[in-house]
Ligand binder design. Sequence first.
Ligand SMILES: [Mg+2]
Length: 400
Amino acid sequence: MSTLDTLQTSSASLGAPLRIQSIEAIPVIAPFSRLYPDGDVPGWLLQPAASHRTLQRKGQYSTLIRIRTEDGLEGVGECYGLPAPKVTAQVVRDIIEPLLIGEDANAIDRLWSRVFTSMSGGGQVRGYYLEAMSGVDIALWDLKGKAYGVPVHSLLGGPHRDRVAVYASPIPMLETPAESATYALGFVEQGFDAIKLKLGRGRRVDLAHAAAVREAIGDERQLLVDLNCAYTADVAVGVVAGLVDLGITWIEEPCAVDDVAGYRRIRDSAPVSLVNGETLFTRWDQRDFLVQGAVDVVMPNLARAGGITESRKLAALCETFHVDIAPHGVGSAVGLAAALHLSAAIPNFRIYEYNRLPNPLRDELTVEPFDFAASTLAVPTGPGLGIELDWDRVDQFRAE
Ligand SMILES: [Mg+2]
């Protein structure tokens, strides 16, 4: 059998439509209380970052997407689920699925525009709508890769790299600097050479924790700091001034998500890279930060920011401003796989956030584990996203 024959028997014919038959939205929840049978979830897990002061983080949440075609092909995706995955699922069911039934899944960019423009005139250009769109988009890329027998990073024109540099995240908001230092050393023992610390508790406390972690991990390893929008810009300037002396690699989200002038003021005040992106969505959200020279690295979460389609365009826009991409890492195994493929397929990739908070949705839903070694993750090489989900295991986390 020739190579061409093999291709034609194992994959869809080029150009043949892949008609969408159904889109299933599956909200999943892994409560932290399951990990602590006595019900005593520690405070640092309920409030791992400054952004969880009023709304506690009670577990891991996602909405998985399963698209099927009339020919029996299937693709999986993930919508960011925090803190209400059933909301995202309902958006998919009520609005997005009816827009896509019967459409050709090959035309991913056209379908993205169809879904986006159907609601953008109504103001739905961020939030739950974009999160719902993201999971569907990721599933379409998985489906297309499986249809043609190639990995998503290959469809995107890659790979630039076979393994992706990652950092451990987070050192949560622990009580004492000594606890933060011990937590950091745990990541060092696991083989990480870059580690992110959550701060945002006032200058004195922040500097004490950062100094303890820096001393514990030494000067050779990268220390990244995430302030999760905790400060106004004037206060952040003072905190950042102290952190810079500790050799911090980057400062993430120092002030409010939309404070372009504040970011610029902080960036001008200190020789440090400024990072944003996980709380923004599309290219249009990021445009002013780029034009104003207010940011150095951008962190889209692929399960929030419009999926692979939009994050790839955001990466290209950032490249024109010499700004790097470092995908955000909160979510399930599906979003993780999507981020690895995009990271492999863009020239301006910096580093990926390998989140290490307890998360069975990330670590236990795939048949094969992700390949971590020496502060890198291998990019999956199988068709589509290159992962296989254990659906019996998924069923154990269904929220409805
Ligand atoms: Mg962050």
